[in-house]
Design a protein around this ligand. Structure first.
Ligand SMILES: *Cc1c(COP(=O)(O)O)cnc(C)c1O
Length: 387
């Protein structure tokens, strides 16, 4: 028997929207010109690239020339951080948080090896940072501060406007990894003191393998990829036209659907949350429940291993996550939950549900029907081997 797929793992990746697939199709077929070529055949691809920059810029309140198309969110993060630091070679301090995605944390680790002073802000039990701590840490030696817009595991939203303003007052460059926030919360870079912002296509209903970096007009920029003159000399390499067109379309859709879809997704998420809290004793929501993405619910079940719950959910076709796909088969609380000092008996049993506009009330009801029994079973006799 095949079970229908119930996909509640949209912070790991999202399905490609049909309109996105349709928009990119011509560039996989007849419109294969290199957009850097001079002949008329290339004009359609050139126009499509321009349109994609405009669509991304419009979603973010930016200018098209401030958008650099990249291969993924990870490349955008690396580019922003190395670019900022290379442009301030005399400054050796980098400030970030312990709850960043590995795309930032791994770069921070590399920087430590290379003699940088990397400072991690503290987070409280809700995963929140303290702006006063940030303010006290900023110094003449600070080159860059990088704070994520929203956390991928808990959905916690960070005070980006305030943190950016503190940095700007002191001439410190400011980057935010907004991969999880774009399309889910309003972002208007025209009014936000942010110098660099990363996003990724596949978290936004475009395919995997495309991202973008916003670099504010006039901020220092040192390319990460060297070679040709693509992307206004800021990212060499022949543009992945179909993927970039897809990202542009996904940004346009996100903007059109923004005010209908996010409240709907939040209602579903809240229904899931209250239903689970009601039906399952010793369960709690991880992360600041108020300052949170509308689509994310990270819930911990005392005395249960996340992986066991996930495998049993999988029998019903329900896809959820232990917090971060990168640590999916280790019995170790994630770095985010560790930084929040979630007690081990809860942290070991964290299950993240992340929704999208494609989810339905019926799917939420199905999880509410199945999960309480699963948790009861795991608590009374552990995972059932031949389920
Ligand atoms: C997924 C994700 C990334 C990485 O994006 P890729 O396009 O997969 O490289 C970076 N930061 C956050 C917060 C993410 O959720």
């Amino acid at each position: 028997m095949t079970v229908p797929l119930i996909y509640f793992d949209n912070n790991a990746t999202t399905r490609v929207a049909p309109q996105v697939r349709e928009a990119m199709q011509p560039f996989l077929l007849d419109e294969y010109a290199n957009p850097s070529s001079i002949y008329s055949f290339a004009h359609f691809a050139q126009d499509a690239l321009l349109a994609a920059h405009e669509q991304a810029a419009e979603l973010l309140g930016a200018k098209p020339g401030e958008i650099i198309m990249t291969s993924c969110g990870t490349e955008s993060d690396s580019t922003a951080i190395y670019s900022a630091l290379e442009s301030r070679p005399e400054k050796k301090t980098f400030i970030t948080t312990p709850v960043e995605h590995s795309a930032v944390l791994a770069v921070a680790g590399r920087l430590t090896e290379r003699g940088y002073r990397v400072v991690y802000l503290n987070v409280d039990s809700g995963g929140q940072i303290d702006l006063e701590e940030l303010e006290a840490l900023l110094s003449e030696d600070t080159a860059l501060v990088s704070i994520m817009f929203a956390n991928n595991e808990t959905g916690v939203l960070y005070p980006i406007a305030e943190a950016g303003a503190l940095c700007r007052e002191r001439g410190v460059l400011f980057h935010t990894d907004a991969v999880q926030a774009v399309g889910k919360v309003a972002i208007n870079l025209a009014a936000l003191p942010v110098d660099y912002l990363s996003l990724s296509g596949h978290k936004l209903h475009a395919p995997k393998g495309v991202g973008a970096l916003y670099a504010r007009q006039g901020v220092p920029f040192v390319p990460f990829m060297l070679g040709g003159h693509q992307e206004y000399n800021r990212r060499a390499g022949t543009q992945a036209v179909p993927m970039i067109v897809a990202l542009g379309k996904a940004c346009e859709l996100a903007r059109q659907k923004f005010s209908d879809e996010n409240p709907k997704v939040q209602r579903l998420r809240d229904c899931l949350q209250s239903g689970l809290l009601e039906a399952i004793p010793d369960a709690r929501v991880l992360g600041d429940a108020e300052k949170r993405l509308p689509n994310t619910l990270n819930m911990a079940f005392k005395g249960v291993y996340s992986e066991d719950a996930l495998l049993m959910l999988d029998k019903y076709g329900i896809c959820a996550s232990a917090g971060s796909a990168c640590i999916a088969d280790i019995h170790e609380p994630s770095h985010v939950l560790k930084a929040m000092r979630v007690s081990p008996e809860f942290a070991g049993g964290a299950v993240r549900f992340s929704l999208s506009g494609y989810n339905t009330q019926e799917e939420v009801d199905f999880v509410l029907e199945k999960l309480p029994g699963i948790i009861r079973q795991l608590r009374s006799h552990g995972p059932d081997a031949d389920w």
